[in-house]
Design a binder for this molecule. Structure first.
Ligand SMILES: [Zn+2]
Length: 450
């Protein structure tokens, strides 16, 4: 164990040396979080002006938008003038894929990324190297808030696909590089819980990271079987809203603090809890956040609003005033930790049910968002389990129903979900949110046997 920890530290040192841009982003974000709020804002608007000037010059979508709205990027220097720029919705990103790309980029150096989004609407988009360095630096800063230092053992309860190393060699390399393990939560069943706990007890992670519902399930299993994983000193939860009851369950079971993270694949980490747990610190020096009413005005009086983000580091495919589809509330409180980053609460976001497959496998909602990532023909989806064996897959098509996509979905759900599923497909013009206002991309009417 100490040897792998040392190798991981050496690797990080090599990364800093090899990529000075990364080292600079780490040093910058480490320092700016402690600035006074006014100094952070000054920095945000300086970076914003660079981004807006670049977008006007090199991104045809923004050039046309600014010209239509008579916006001159140099005039946008503060929150008031910034509001003149119309918001960017998921629909607009889908419809303007090509014109949102900078004319200065080398496509070979870009990373294409995907999301199932908070509203079941899939999106494909691009991120450049500058974005990835800042995003990695921001992740490192968030881990540090959890008390993690480079070389510490980390375990992920995650989905086994694009995010995770594939194959034995890649897994070994990942382990040596980052001193971490990945536990696939896309195919958990009762027998695998036992193995998962054994694996965690053997690996002794100090930091455990996972989807809220996976952490909750694991906590319930540990409580029921009177088991513990004493090595865990901190837990980072993400991807779903962390309710107070789930936080208490996880904290009481693992006897450690939970640090909630809010982010999305389009812009990376947006907000993260610090050791004082007074809300989530908006990582404003990399992602500028606004909270807007449905009419596009800033919310007032502690009300909640649509979370609208501008990423300050992705120049290849700028997300300027991008609406994530989640609801949050800004906070005026000052955190006693000393960071100048503002605080917020995430009120409503994505929510998913776990699907209990006929054979007993528990399918996490993220299994389905990841399944839909790369399907161009699909605009929006929702999966409903109406009985133990029946799945209803609702799809809003981009143009028209696509037989090859349906065949692919059927095959993949049978192969990686459960072969006993009877799958019915339904084509719709739109899929509405539930009465609570949340969009549920998986809904199960089958109670979980636990
Ligand atoms: Zn704080």
């Amino acid at each position: 164990m100490p040897l792998i920890s040392t190798i991981a530290k050496v690797h990080r040192w090599a990364l800093y040396t090899k990529h000075p841009l990364f080292a600079r982003a780490v040093a910058e974000l480490d320092a700016t979080q402690w600035y006074e709020p006014e100094r952070i804002q000054k920095r945000v608007w300086s970076r914003m002006q660079s981004l807006l000037a670049y977008a006007y010059k090199h991104v045809s979508y923004y050039r046309q938008l600014f010209q239509e709205q008579h916006i001159c990027p140099q005039d946008i220097r503060n929150p008031e003038t910034f509001q003149h720029i119309p918001v960017l919705t998921k629909r607009l990103v889908r419809e303007n894929q090509k014109s949102l790309l900078s004319d200065q980029i080398d496509m070979a150096k870009l990373i294409q990324n995907y999301t199932g989004g908070s509203t079941g609407e899939r999106l494909a988009f691009y991120q450049d190297q500058n974005y990835w360095f800042y995003n990695a630096a921001d992740k490192a800063r968030c881990f540090a808030m959890c008390g993690y230092t480079i070389g510490d053992r980390v375990a992920y309860l995650w989905g086994a696909d694009y995010d995770t190393p594939q194959g034995k060699m890649a897994t070994l390399r990942d382990r040596l590089t980052y001193n971490r393990i990945w536990i696939n939560v896309f195919d958990l069943d009762k027998s695998k819980f036992e193995l998962t706990v054994e694996r965690l007890q053997r690996f002794c992670p100090t930091l455990l990271i996972g989807y809220v519902s996976s952490l909750t399930m694991l906590a319930r299993y540990l409580q029921k079987h009177r088991l513990t994983i004493p090595s865990v000193h901190a837990i980072e939860s993400s991807a779903e809203v962390l309710t107070l009851s789930n936080r208490k369950l996880i904290e009481n079971t693992f006897v450690c603090q939970v640090f909630d993270r809010y982010g999305c694949r389009e812009v990376g980490n947006i907000a993260h809890e610090c050791e004082e747990h007074t809300g989530l610190h908006i990582l404003a020096d990399n992602n500028h956040v606004e909270f807007l009413t449905a009419a596009g005005q800033p919310v007032t009086g502690g009300n909640m609003g649509l979370i609208t983000v501008t990423n300050l580091s992705n120049y290849a495919f700028p997300f300027i005033r991008y609406q994530t589809g989640d609801l949050g509330r800004p906070s005026d409180r000052i955190c006693s930790c000393g960071r100048g980053l503002p605080l917020m609460e995430v009120v409503e976001g994505r929510t998913s049910d776990i699907i209990l497959a006929p054979g007993g496998k528990l399918l996490h909602g993220e299994f389905f968002t990841h399944l839909f990532y790369k399907l161009d023909a699909v605009r929006q989806f929702q999966v409903m389990q109406t009985s133990r064996t029946r799945l209803l897959v609702r799809i809003v098509w981009d143009n028209h129903p696509d037989a090859a996509t349906i065949a692919f979905l059927e095959k993949t759900i049978h192969e990686h979900g459960d072969p006993q599923f009877e799958i019915q497909f339904e084509s719709l013009d739109r899929i509405d949110k539930s009465a609570s206002g949340k969009f549920r991309f998986t809904i199960s009417e089958v109670p979980l046997e636990f």
